[in-house]
Write a protein that binds this ligand. Structure first.
Ligand SMILES: [Zn+2]
Ligand SMILES: [Zn+2]
Length: 286
């Protein structure tokens, strides 16, 4: 067992006392995790809950004074609509995590080497190997003030020859990740759905980067999902349990974060999400 300094435990306990009341005010707004149904994530991947204390003691990746920028690198050849969704995701990440977000110069599809590609053996679909992105492309491009560097790509991804595909993958030790928008539908025909899916993967996967495990407490953006329909049924916001972990990690003002998200949703035309954040702000004031 790791030795934890006594002072650290005292500090965490005092912090927890204050925060418990704050986050309890939000709990009535959140639904419990839906009951298991065959084929959903919880049925096929039973996972233990991660308490706040387990999260703190796990020592997750955290921003610091000199390392607090989330960098986004566009990888591949995007359509106009795909590019707009990725730019929207950058604004969303800034509001969601209350951290600066900056874009790095894009890497074109023509710069991806042949050995990083394959045709899916079952479908023939062209795919990009995540290992090349995580091990070769991103680490040398990660700026010194980066808490994380994320590549967004319209390419379909595979993590291993035995796998069919993957939506995204990350390396916590290198603090780099790659997320694909390839399977999020046609952004020209279904723009709000495509944008929401892109925001959801950004919020969820960056949460993993900061050590949040899949949420089993509530219906939450950190729920695991086995399919797009399952993911579509989940909210875009953190539940109070996950929000408490993230607030401890980043140290933001919870009301300021809600105001940032409210403004983002308003500009983006996401009325349902804006309304929910307004309710959260009101709950904090009571
Ligand atoms: Zn996940
Ligand atoms: Zn949660």
């Amino acid at each position: 067992m790791a030795v934890v300094p006594r002072l650290f435990l005292v500090c965490v306990s005092l912090l927890g006392c204050v925060c418990t009341k704050l986050f309890a005010k939000l709990a009535p707004l959140h639904r419990p995790l839906p009951l298991k149904t065959p084929g959903d994530w919880v049925s096929e991947h039973p996972e233990p809950a991660q308490s706040f204390w387990q999260y703190v003691q796990a020592g997750p990746v955290r921003p610091s004074a000199t390392r607090r920028v989330i960098y986004v690198l566009p990888l591949g050849d995007f359509s106009v609509e795909q590019r707009a969704a990725v730019e929207s995701a950058q604004l969303f990440l800034a509001a969601f995590y209350q951290l600066p977000v900056k874009a790095l110069p894009a890497v074109a599809a023509s710069e991806i080497p042949g050995e990083a590609r394959r045709k899916n053996p079952a479908t023939g679909q062209p795919q990009l190997h995540t290992s090349w992105v995580l091990d070769t492309l991103l680490p040398p491009r990660r700026p010194t003030d980066a808490v994380a560097l994320i590549a967004f790509t319209p390419e379909d991804l595979y993590p291993d020859p035995a796998w069919n595909f993957v939506f995204g993958q990350a390396s916590l030790t290198e603090r780099v990740g790659v997320w694909s928008v390839n399977r999020f539908g046609d952004p020209a025909k279904e723009k709000p759905l495509f944008v929401t899916r892109t925001l959801k993967v950004a919020g969820h996967e960056m949460g993993h980067m900061f050590g949040l495990r899949h949420c089993t407490a509530h219906s939450c953006v950190m729920n695991g999902s086995n399919s797009l329909p399952e993911s579509d049924s989940q909210p875009l916001e953190l539940c109070p349990v996950c929000l408490r972990k993230l607030q401890w990690n980043v140290g933001f003002d919870v009301s300021a974060r809600f105001r940032g998200l409210r403004d983002f949703h308003k500009v983006s035309g996401l009325e349902g999400e804006r309304g929910f954040i307004e309710q959260s702000l009101k709950a904090l004031e009571n």
